[in-house]
Design a protein around this ligand. Sequence first.
Ligand code: GLU
Length: 451
Amino acid sequence: MAVSDHVDFNGFMEGVNRRNPHQPEFVQAVQEVAEDIFPFLDSNEEYHSQQILRRIAEPDRVVSFRVCWEDDNGNIRVQRGWRVQNNNAIGPYKGGIRFHPSVTESVLKFLAFEQTFKNALTGLPMGGGKGGSNFNPKGKSVREIMRFCQSFMTELYRHIGADVDVPAGDIGVGGREIGYMFGQYKRITNQFTGVLTGKGLEYGGSLIRPEATGYGAVYFLANMLATKDQDLVGKTAVISGSGNVATHAAEKIVQLGGKVLTLSDSGGFIHDPDGLSQEKIDWVKTHKTHRRGRIEEYVEAFPGATFTAGKTPWGVPCDVALPCATQNELLGEDAKTLIANGVQAVSEGANMPTDLDGVHAFRGAKILFAPGKAANAGGVAVSGLEMSQNSERRSWKEEELQQMLKDIMAGIHKSCETYGRQGDGYIDYVKGANIGGFKKVADAMLAFGVV
Ligand code: GLU
């Protein structure tokens, strides 16, 4: 009898726990996938005997390095940087770089693991990776950010490449940081290649990349509502976060006729009962992204709104909810509150924003619930299109890219439907995304043999 025959779900998770001590986020992400894959393995013995899930849940490699930089006062600062290359069965490693004090190896391993499934779901040839540092950009001067990015890339450059591993942005890393890192890569290697995505338009970036994650999460939400013959017109939306994903999700909800009630940051949330207009969303974009201010100042600019310090917005009654801030920001209790208040659909703009209890609560109540690996894949999908444009040395027009993004989100929705539709008609998007993403990567891995 093969060793794998003895391994049940509990045994598998015990092993994941034992091999990854003090890495709760990574264990959580693996468990969320394993809960769906184990029943699927029963009727797919080859994946089981070839230990495919066990192999995907062990990153190909984790590179950790020191990042030294000098602050404006002449102090030498030391940070830790990582690149987690989880799986390249279907394409070069691909995934963002996160700069935030909460970054640990566990966080990046969970993100790289999730990215593997997400990227497979897009249908584009991209493997899964993630990188970052515990560097805190908050309060740093522009020159400090530049020096940090250059130092980070001075180590990272040897591990990446247009056909090897293609990083992009994530929390704390936007167009400005990508510019500094691309400039340093080019300077060290003397190569102008598509080694990063999220670049400026002048040097190989793609139109609609900044909008893609938020817009994609709303397209996915609209696809989910359409299965119930509904749309977003007149629906109230509660959104967390106020960065790139949240503001563009808000923008698309408004364009499709919905009413956005909230946004948030680490300080608390704003509630605007009149709804956020495009003008208010533009104010947030300028205030948060360009001036790096706090969301609480919204109530000074728009006095009809209120600010609640230290809280998340999940207690505000709504038809649809979009967690677009960070991991584990929507807990089991919050999910129960949303359900009690009549939420109809939840679309995750962030990566793993809902904890396991929350996921179980939404699925148990048969709420339309789209996990991040499906709903927020629009960002990396347009990154994949940026890679294609760079390889072909061309750039597509905005309308072409908008259509491609819509089509990719509809394709992901279709995969979730194919693998997640239950006997009673309910579409379990978590199951659908997990199995759909897994199958593609698994089939490629089978073709390679034991590697
Ligand atoms: N950081 C984004 C994500 O979580 C985008 C990654 C990319 O464009 O490579 O999917």
